[in-house]
Structures are given as structure tokens and as C-alpha cells.
Write a protein that binds this ligand. Sequence first.
Ligand code: SF4
Length: 476
Amino acid sequence: MTENSKTSRTLDDGLFNRTYKMFQVLERLPDRYISEEEVKGLLGVLPPDSATSLQSFFKPSIQQASQAFIRMVMAVLKGTYEAREKGKKVVLLPFNFPPEIIHAFENLAPVTTELLTTAGTVVLEGQGERYWDYVLGLGLPDHICSANAIELGSMLSGLDYQPDAIVSGCVGSCDVNAKSHEFVSLLLDLPQIPLEKPTMEFSQGFKYFKNNYYKMIRQLEELAGEELKEENLRELAVRANRCSELYNDLWELKKNVPNPVPGIFSLFVCGTRFSMWGREEGIRTLEQCVEVSRNNLESADYRSREEVARIVWTYLSYLYDTVNFYDWMEEKGISNFGDALQVAFPQTLDLTSKETMLDGMIEMAWKNVMTRQMGAPSMARGWAEDIIYMVKEWDLDGCVYCGHHSCKQTWSAFTVTRNEVLKRTGVPTLGLQGDTWIRSMTPIGVIQEELEQFVNNVIAGKRKRSGRRSRRRAAR
Ligand code: SF4
């Protein structure tokens, strides 16, 4: 029996509790550059899975951004852990629900299911495997989505913290996600606050969505025992606008050749969007990402790197080996632009009144990731439009669909979307099979092999025929 299969059979504590303990260790690290020697010392006392991920996080080239990110995630975990003693209620959210409205309440603390699953997968020994096994042991089918099932499984085990309510923000955009959260709310007797997105065209559908959003606010006010205050909303909106500005800076930076934004920053951007948008910790994380990327742009050494491919993940990437996989791509000269979860189109909120700020927030919720693609009136069209936009904006030459095991809805539109992207941009898509959060589905070595073949045989051939590589060289 391997070490991993041994740990996956032990369930003595919840994912949240274990992740929180790990981040308590990380939080004690000094808020300054940590030398390679110090990092080595830290890694020596951590379990192997945790050490592998963190080694990559503390690489000198990205360390300042990783540290800000770690502190931001710790703020989420601490906010959840200490909520009750501060008289607050914890609201569990799915990742497609913009969290800033919850931050605007004094008595509510948001925590995002998929952020917890991902944080646990990245830093825990045995990743999220034991909680996935537990969920299947309850009799749930293996085609539920690991993104949420891992954390929800931990919650159902009775060993973990429990929220006070769930915002069901996937109704109309992902049935699997919505049903998994509903199952937990029924089993644990937690109130559900629904926000339904209709799949109608803009004008009619948006009106309906807006009514639902206001109804949700009234339910949140009841839960929090307070009215949503205009001054709180404004403070929050000012910081959310700063997050949007930084998000747009990163977007623009990616238009350079070579791309100066490290692939791992897509995870940091998503983590911020899904949990700390409009909070100081979120701003700090994005500022550090922008600073590192700008420094890369200024560095002659960085600029001399050759990009053999510029690729994007058309929906999700693989998060069970994120950091090492992304490092491997970097070594191979594959510039990784992240996944479709970054296509959030945040906007500048109009600070004039409570209504204008809420109008902007509602529009952002309507256009947020997954909601805008999988909850579009035509999934294939909504999804393809976003991929085509990314391909054109960042001048990409390859797309990769990770084939997330549970995501039956993206699978259903994959072929149409791939054909549409190829027809309108000439850029090919590699279709893979695997699970974003579970390493036992497809080993990372197989994924690397397939990706390398795609880059060497398909992208390199296309570049050669179009003379693209030599044009880039001449431009330097
Ligand atoms: S990955 Fe697919 S199944 Fe999972 S939450 Fe997203 S849309 Fe739903």
C-alpha cells in the first residue's frame, strides 16, 4: 500500500480544519523575502505533498505574490474560523457568485466551496482524496463535480466546521454544483438562499435576475440581522474598483511577447475574484502579481526567453499538481495564459448611490465566470465567444480542454466549441481527459506527454507554416 492510499482511507479531521492548521504555520513566516535555505528548512518539516507545492510557491521569482496570496487565503480561513465568536454568520458560496456583497455586511463572513477544495488539494498531504472517497461512500455518483464535492464531503463527515447558510448561486448555470449544495443544505438543515440565473436573452433575463438579486439581499439582511448600509457598500465598491483596475492591468500585460505574467497568477487571480474581491488582502495580492509581471517585462533576461507556444485552458486546468505542472510548462517555453475562469469582465462601479453600486454588482454577477458561459442562452455560443476573445486579445496559438471528469455540460458542447474556435481563429484545441482536482484519474505525466506532442507536432508546425516565430524574433 502506498503512503497516499493509506492516508486516503483515514478520515479523522475535516478539510477546512486541516487546511487552516497548515495556513497557521505559513502565516508565521516572516513577511519579507525568504531565502532558498530558509525555504528548504521549512519544507523539511512538512509532509511530502505539502512540501512539493510550497516549494514552487516560494520560488524567488514569484515569492512576493505567493506570500500575499497565502496571507489572503489565511484571512478567509481566519474570518470563517473566528466568525462565531465575533457574532458573525458564515455564508458558504459557490465560486461563480461574486463575494463582495457578503463582505459589505458587518455580520456576515463569506467562504467559497471551491477555494477550500483547491487550497486543501494544494497544501494537504493526500490532497482532497479522503473527502472524495467519503462522498462516494455515501452513495453519491462519481460524476458529481470534485470542485465542490471534496469540500462538501468534508462538511458532511461531521468533522468540519459548518456554515450558517448557503447562497445557491449556480441555479441555471450548473445543475451539478447547485444540486450538490442543495443536498448538503437538506442533510445539514442549513438555509439556502437561491440566486437563479435564467437562460433567457439579455433584456428579459437580466430583469428577472435583478429581481432575484434584490430578493437575495433581503434574505441576507434577515440572516445578518442588519440592513445593507450604503456607506459599507461604498467602501467595498471603492476597493472592488481597485481590484478591477489591477485585473485589467494583468490582462493588458498578457498581450506582450513573451508573456510576462507567470501561469500560476491565474490561480491567484481566481482565488481573489472568488473570495476577496473588494478587500485589502485581495488588492495586495493583485498588486504583487502586477509588480512581478511588470518587473519581468523590464528584465532583459526574461524578455530574451523564447515562447514555443501561447496556450489557454478553455475551461479549467489541472489543479492537483498546479505549481509543478505550471513550472514544467515554463521550463518548456509553453506560455500558460490560465483558464476561462479569468474571463470575468469586472467593471468599474458607479459610486453615486446604493442603487448605482448595486446595479454594477448585479451586472458583474450576471456576467461572472461559468454563469456567463455555461448559463448562456446557448452554452456553445457563449463559451466559444469568450475563448475566441481570449485567443485574439492575447494572440494565442493553442487551446487545451482538460476534459474535467464531472463536467458533463462542457463535454456536451466541447466539439461544437472547438470547431467554432478553429473556424474563426485558426487555433486548434487539444482535448484531454482527466479531473481538475483528483490526481488518480489521469497522472500528470500522461498530461505532460500529450501536451508536449500537441506543442511539438501541431503548434510548431502551424508556427513554421505562418513564419510566426521568425516575425517575433525580428520584432525583438
Ligand atoms: S466544473 Fe463543470 S460541473 Fe464543476 S462546477 Fe464548473 S460547470 Fe459545474
